[in-house]
Design a protein around this ligand. Structure first.
Ligand code: ADP
Length: 537
């Protein structure tokens, strides 16, 4: 083998080595494109690859940042950093906008003009968009570079740009994922800590989400509830109503609000349920969001507020009603004492005074009785004492009780008792109702008016009708007549003493005895109150 042949062989072997080096670097770069998402690693591989292709003094990677360029990575002799930065800054726009290809420019010594080597500028273009540039300060002069070298640089530049593009995409994706993760965490937190029980179902009603409050309310763990039908956690009538609400929400594509009772250990819990269709953009309804609010607490607050209101009304109304008879009792008693002290005692006058004291005391007793009944009704301490009795006889007893009053006002009282009716009910409570109705018929009657009490069986009920020819009740008072403390707002009513409690107590007592009260009236002509009671309890 002659020297020439040896040299050729050596050259072939060197070329082979270089080729393998290049191949392995290219392989690392293509690996980086697919798997490396760290920019630093990509920069390092790219610069190493370029160095093994054609050694350089110094290599740097600049990335565009708005209108300028930032040095992101460099390799080699850093004494050249300023020089390459200045050169690149000058050439950057030119390479990136005009030239899409690799440029090799001769590099001269500014003082001597001698050629130092060359500057190679490789654009990093991703889908034609400039990402940055790789600048190399090469030891070789510009003429040394062949077309193939430039093509290789261009391939490396393109591959690096793709890898950078992927890494940036990956970074954005990671950021988005982190944001999404945070958002999901945030939403999960709200969902778990919200007081309302929240269930999400698919279209068939199978549960896909079940929050902590739902676990507490329905007594199901999240794991057990998932994939079950909503009817499993919400059986019975409440579940049926919920099923209808789901159907309506789906048919009408709107939010349905229903109130139902859920029985937890036989205790009813009032719930306000809002059913909203879960609408996915482009694919329509995919399920339902069911939000349940426990109304027990707000009902209790409402009840307490009502009691509070009743109490304050009671104090103002009752204190007035108590004061009036007490003032007259005191005045008459004092006058009598003075008369006795001054020896002016007169039997006739004393009798009159005592009769006023007696009737005022009766008024007071009546008021106190009303208050007692009211307090018993409010605290639910009333008990039903059932006994069989003849209703006609009870009506006669009531008439006897109000006879004095009737006489005083010259009212005609008549009975319309055509048949004997025996019922089983609470006699005392029915008597209390009738005394009240008949007293009202007297109080709100005109002088020399009429009252008629009729007794009849109607269907399966006993009906007692109290009709008067009194002042009547205006239409606008119809709705409120059974409300506590309601009194018709008219000068005529205010002349007649009363608290506005009687009818409300009558209504409660009638319902307590499983009966009801209704009335009709014509202003200026009279009123008819009807008490219906079941014949059998
Ligand atoms: P009170 O008689 O103490 O005011 P009630 O609850 O018995 O209270 O009656 C409420 C109101 O209804 C009365 O204030 C009166 O305005 C009206 N009312 C009740 N009964 C009659 C009646 N028979 N005729 C006309 N108005 C009546």
């Amino acid at each position: 083998m002659n020297e020439n042949e040896n040299e050729i062989l050596k050259e072939i072997s060197d070329l082979k080595d270089a080729y393998f080096n290049l191949l392995s670097s290219l392989f690392r770069l293509s690996e980086a494109i697919s798997f490396k998402f760290s920019l630093e690693e990509i920069f390092l591989i790219a610069l190493e690859l370029l160095n093994s292709a054609k050694p350089y003094y110094y290599g740097a990677i600049f990335m565009s940042a708005g209108d300028s360029y930032e040095l992101k990575y460099s390799m080699g002799d850093s004494a050249n950093q300023k020089r390459i930065r200045d050169l690149s800054a000058e050439l950057f726009p030119w390479v990136l906008t005009g030239q899409k290809k690799v440029s090799v420019l001769p590099d001269f010594d500014e003082r001597t003009g001698a050629e130092l080597g060359s500057t190679i500028l490789i654009p990093l273009l991703s889908k034609e968009k400039p990402l940055g540039i790789i600048s190399l300060l090469s030891k070789s002069s510009a003429e040394v570079y062949l077309k193939q070298d430039l093509e290789l640089f261009s391939i490396i530049g393109n591959q690096t740009a793709v890898a950078i593009h992927n890494a940036l995409l990956y970074q954005t994706m990671e950021e988005k994922n982190r944001e999404l993760g945070n958002l999901k965490n945030y939403q999960d937190n709200i969902l778990e800590n919200i007081e309302n029980a929240i269930l999400v179902t698919d279209l068939s009603g199978k549960i896909t989400t079940f929050n902590r409050s739902a676990e507490k309310l329905f007594g199901f763990t999240h794991e057990k509830a998932l994939s079950q039908s909503f009817r499993t956690v919400f059986p019975g009538k409440g579940g049926e109503s919920l099923g209808i609400a789901l159907k309506n929400a789906s048919d009408l594509q709107h939010t349905e609000v229903i109130e139902v009772e859920f029985y937890a250990q036989l205790k009813p819990i009032p719930l306000e349920i809002t059913v909203s269709p879960l609408i996915e953009i482009g694919s329509g309804i995919s399920g339902f969001i069911i939000s349940c609010r426990n109304l027990s607490q707000s009902r209790e607050i409402e009840r307490l507020r009502e009691i509070d209101r009743i109490k304050s009304e009671l104090i103002s109304n009752v204190s007035h009603e108590l004061r009036t008879p007490l003032t007259s009792i005191k005045a008459y008693a004092e006058t009598m004492i003075n008369m006795i002290d001054n020896g002016e005692s007169e039997t006739i006058t004393e009798r009159d005074f005592l009769s006023v004291i007696d009737s005022e005391t009766e008024r007071l007793t009546g008021l106190i009785d009303e208050l007692l009944t009211l307090s018993q009704l409010e605290s639910k301490r009333v008990k039903l004492k059932l006994e069989e009795f003849e209703v006609g006889a009870l009506i006669h007893e009531v008439e006897v009780l109000v006879r004095e009053l009737i006489k005083k006002r010259e009212i005609t009282f008549s009975f319309g008792i055509r048949e004997s009716v025996t019922i089983k009910s609470d006699r005392e409570k029915i008597k209390q109702i009738l005394v009240n109705l008949v007293s009202n018929a007297v109080k709100y009657n005109k002088e020399k008016g009429k009252i008629k009490v009729t007794l009849r069986k109607v269907g399966g009920e006993c009906m007692i009708k109290v009709a008067d020819t009194g002042i009547g009740i205006p239409r606008d008072a119809k709705e409120k007549i059974f409300n506590r403390f309601f009194r018709v707002d008219s000068s005529m009513t205010y002349e007649i003493s009363g608290t506005g409690l009687g009818l409300s107590i009558c209504k409660d007592l009638a319902e307590f005895c499983r009966g009801r009260i209704s009335f009709s009236s014509r202003l200026g002509y009279g009123s008819v109150f009807k008490l219906f009671l079941p014949l059998e309890q």
